[in-house]
Design a protein around this ligand. Structure first.
Ligand SMILES: [Zn+2]
Length: 226
């Protein structure tokens, strides 16, 4: 039987060998560092656009240690009616019991996670004293959900359009390449959008690989080593 230190009893040898297990059901991968890595790239992106954002503000409502946002984009950043409480999450399409179509329908898992995040936020607001609602709150919850396949959820895609608009608004030479501007770039990532979209995706993949290496080393992979 294929084994991983996470003791997933449904694990198959194929899932181990092709790495799929680690992107989906493995409980030994460090999800906090993956989450924080993506959050930090988003903060760096805003910094390059000379925008000040809040990181994990835990006092949005002066209430305990709940953290409704990983990154707080103030209303002035995107000219929105409310501050945007950006909330990063990665979801595995084949790890959502209540969404049987998640693995085969595009963004199904991401949409489900977006809804759950909004519901969680409503509950959170309802527990405040006095209670609030999304309509009365100063903040709009914006779930940035990536699927572990790399796909971005619909809300993350619409946020990305706002980021590109922001870039075009604040950059005098928005048409110039990163190389022309003397900024870090690669041959395949030489524009604002390709550079930052790749950095977000690469952060996820890098953490995945680091975790496979770490977990695989500590596992009793009799088949793996055979
Ligand atoms: Zn595992």
């Amino acid at each position: 039987m294929a084994k991983c230190p996470c003791n997933d009893h449904t694990l198959t040898l194929d899932e181990l060998l092709d790495g799929w297990h680690f992107a989906t059901r493995c409980q030994q991968t460090n999800r906090t560092s993956r989450h924080d890595g993506i959050r930090d790239v988003i903060v760096a992106l805003y910094k390059e656009l000379r925008q000040t954002v809040g990181t994990e503000p835990n006092r949005l409502h002066n209430f305990g240690n709940d953290r409704p946002a990983d990154v707080l984009a103030f209303a002035s950043v995107h000219n929105t009616a409310k501050h945007l409480a950006l909330d990063v999450a990665v979801i595995s399409p084949d790890n959502v019991d209540k969404l049987p179509a998640a693995a085969t329908q595009q963004y199904h898992a991401a949409k489900g996670k977006e809804k759950a995040k909004i519901k969680q936020y409503e509950n959170y607001l309802g527990r405040l004293n006095p209670p609030e609602t999304p309509a009365s709150s100063d903040y709009e919850k914006v779930p940035l959900v990536m699927e572990s396949t790399g796909a971005w959820g619909p809300r993350m895609q619409s946020w990305w359009k706002d980021v590109i608009k922001l870039y075009n608004d604040v950059e005098a030479d928005s048409g110039n390449s990163r190389r022309q501007k003397g900024l870090a770039h690669t041959w395949s990532a030489n524009s604002f959008t390709s550079w930052w979209a790749q950095r977000i995706s690469c952060t996820y993949v890098r953490h995945l690989i680091e975790n496979i290496e770490r977990v695989a080393k500590s596992g009793a992979y009799s088949h793996y080593h055979a």
